[in-house]
Design a protein around this ligand. Sequence first.
Ligand code: IPM
Ligand code: MG
Length: 371
Amino acid sequence: MAGLSKTIVLLPGDGIGPEVIAAATAVLADCATEFHHRFTLREFPVGGAALDRAGAPLPPETLAACREADAILLGAVGGPRWDGLPLGRRPESGLLALRQELGLYINLRPIRLREALAGISPLKGALNKRIDLEIVRELAGGIYFGEHRTERSNGLERAFDVEAYSSAEIERVARFALARAAARRQRLASVDKANVLATSALWRKTVERLAAAHPEVAVSHLYVDNAAMQLILAPEQFDVILTSNLFGDILSDAGAALVGSIGLIPSMSCGDGPPLFEPIHGSAPLLAGQDRACPLGAILSAGLMLREAFGLRQEADWVETAVDRVLARGYRTADLAEPGSVVVGGSEFVARLREELRESLKQLEPYGWGV
Ligand code: IPM
Ligand code: MG
């Protein structure tokens, strides 16, 4: 196959964002070299870094570059430096504005227990369970984007956050989740709070209606409190989980903990505009600049980009397999360590990974893996 030519916008952001994006960029560069692709990388500020440099968490140049990209890779936003700012002006609002401006209403978060990491799962007997699920989180609506307001009357402060969903907003993300489940193990769990919330009642009704078009997918509905419990008690029952913006934010951190570390989990946001890939971890200001952060969430996000945005399955498998081999050999950043591990900094982990990437190509080239 002739190599692809793609423009990737890098948004390192804050805290550990720049380190993990540098790690993922190195892997993308190796991929381009080895498989003869051309990835043009363009870097722009977002979040706190953009507030400091350009006075806004999503400067117009950053947004314009993102609109023209084939894909976007983001590190993390936020940090104590900007915690005093009002809600709409914080670094996080840059990320939220980006998601909304680009119409990225779908967020996919794969949660899979990697064999080499079964020992660090907090779940008893994790080794015997198959944890391999995808959370499909609605990303451009719900309570994140409803009115946020604080008012004062009679000496009391009251705050409001409005959750609103239209059936069209539910439909577009539900269709994606149903198709995803159809292509996997044909099970979809839709998570809501339909016993209390009107938005959830509409959510459930809409998902039920669409499910009729997918008789091959077994659709179930769970209340979010029960879903949180089930995720911990029996995560192997889940294939695809579909849920709202807020519930998806919460459940995906819980899912990440089950498979060892939030540092591991990649994500893809897609919809109308260019897809955005980002680790689900935050900016971890306490780790920033110390070479201690786990680069895997960002590296696996780059892998997800190769697979989902560019259709480069072989390249994505190459990255995933090398990650598993390095972990199996015991190399771990501190968050993934267990007795017997060789604890290394992020940059040494990346060096080992790149060695493994090269080695695996040398071994597999004669069998037609390479190009
Ligand atoms: C996430 C993050 C963001 C979110 C924050 C940084 C706004 O927690 O991507 O899960 O809540 O969506
Ligand atoms: Mg979150």
